[in-house]
Design a protein around this ligand. Sequence first.
Ligand SMILES: [Zn+2]
Length: 336
Amino acid sequence: MKPDQLLRPAPAGLYCPAGDFYIDPVRPVARALVTHGHSDHARAGHGAVLATQETLDIMEIRYGVDFCGTRQSAAFGERIEVNGVTVSFHPAGHVLGSAQIAVEKDGLRIVASGDYKRGVDPTCAAYEPVPCDIFITEATFGLPVFHHPDPKAEMGKLITSLRQFPERSHLVGAYSLGKSQRVIRLLRDCGYDAPVYIHGSLARLCDYYVSRGIELGDLRPATVEKGDKTDFRGAVIVGPPSAFADRWARRFNEPLIAFASGWMMVRQRAKQGGVELPLVISDHCDWPELTETIRELAPQEVWVTHGREEALVRWCELAGLPARPLHLVGYEDEGD
Ligand SMILES: [Zn+2]
């Protein structure tokens, strides 16, 4: 079997000609395999969707019960036949339910990582290396300058700020799926046990995480209609970054804006967003994690997608590994 008979880039996404299905298609298709619930990977309107139970549940929460025609859940490690091609899902460590997808036929195995990270994250199953002939890696932070610090140390900065500015409401921007829950969990793991106030758009996903056994502590709605803004003095309020640009954010007492994202390593991004307290917390591999993963898997070939493709391709070539960029379009991760 030639690799491009098993997976190849196509306008709708990564396509498997042998099994007639797509992985994370960016437009509606008859049969989709979905790695995780972020909106650029998981879209509504497909005929049939195969994904982990958590990803299916998250898609239903976000898009409604009619998000696809038929659905099938895949347990981690379970081998499933799709039109004569064997597929299996394996933990990616990115967000709850996130998976790498292994696709194999006639002795050739390709693993599509989706988005993944190697660091500790108690809100999802840890990444598992899956031996393969061809590894498709993301490259969101695929430049040698990207080294993500210890997330607990980053969270320590927020705890310190809360002590230094006990009057100010600390508004933490975090994307609604994955990052918000991870930020809240990190706060708890750093010993913060006061109530955490959440923007309404996070409520259902936070409830879902809790229903899957991820402890988030005392969460309360960040509604100020009835009370007055001094109610939130010294409180932590978590919301999507978009909410901080509108009137909602100005209701809080002397708001201090923090933002949790891998991109907060780039000072210019923090400045542009008016972020007073950047927290470098990423749900993607940084450069050392990308290169260590490729070394560890030692595939025969590497295909690079989602982000800084060229630098990682070059690194692979220098390491003696054939590599190529996939140039897939339509992926702007919402959960960096
Ligand atoms: Zn993602």
